[in-house]
Design a protein around this ligand. Structure first.
Ligand SMILES: O=P(O)(O)OC[C@H]1O[C@H](OP(=O)(O)OP(=O)(O)O)[C@H](O)[C@@H]1O
Ligand SMILES: Nc1ncnc2[nH]cnc12
Length: 190
């Protein structure tokens, strides 16, 4: 994994602790399909101290103005987004996969590293003008995150921060989020 000095400093973790926490993520070759190396965060989630460390680190990584709302994508974005919202003292809005939220909803279809999907939001839960932090576990191609930003902005809110636990450097997902404030706690090469 690549632990950039600036990211470690912002996270508030020592380089050693940041490496330990990042080391809990398991790289699984050829899952869910050949050629994809899946970043399995379940060992990190199952470790109470590591989970607490990453949630605090994400909260410390918030850049720019005060955040009013955290928005996370189904499913793994929920696992970090709700605790992050609690840490920041704000509410949490779930972006759900197709057909899970009652109408009316805004929806967007997008491509990701393996396949395509549709995300929906209840626009009534995202106030116009709200300053929103979008959070997910993994930045791969950036398709999911770009779709999330699009949905939030369609509600009339402002995306002030986009955060990830980790990013897959080789897939250059940041390019799909050009012009945004994007933070990940660490990068993995592929
Ligand atoms: O940058 P991208 O190429 O868009 O990929 C990243 C997305 O892929 C994973 O979610 P997935 O759709 O597999 O769903 P899950 O959270 O329900 O497992 C991950 O949690 C991100 O949301
Ligand atoms: N390689 C990967 N590992 C975990 N989640 C992902 N989402 C998209 N690509 C992924």
């Amino acid at each position: 994994m690549t632990l950039e000095a600036r990211d470690v400093a912002r996270s508030g973790l020592s380089t050693r602790r940041a490496s330990e926490v990042a080391g809990l993520v398991r790289a699984v070759p050829d899952f869910p399909e050949a050629g994809v190396t899946f970043q399995d965060i379940t060992p990190l989630l199952a470790d109470g101290e590591a989970l607490h460390d990453v949630v605090r680190s994400l909260a410390r990584s918030v850049s720019g103005p005060q955040v009013d709302l955290v928005v996370g994508m189904e499913a793994r974005g929920f696992l970090l987004g709700a605790p992050l919202a609690i840490e920041l003292g704000v509410g949490f809005v779930p972006l759900r996969k197709e057909g899970k939220l009652p109408p009316p909803v805004e929806a967007v279809t997008y491509d990701l590293e393996y396949g395509s999907a549709r995300l929906e939001v209840r626009s009534a839960t995202v106030p116009a003008g709200a300053r929103v932090l979008v959070i997910d576990d993994v930045l791969a191609t950036g398709g999911t995150a770009a779709a999330a930003v699009d949905l939030v902005e369609r509600c009339g809110a402002e995306v002030v921060d986009v955060q990830f636990l980790l990013e897959i450097d080789a897939l250059a997902g940041r390019e799909a989020l050009a012009g945004r404030a994007v933070t990940s706690l660490w990068g993995v090469p592929a």
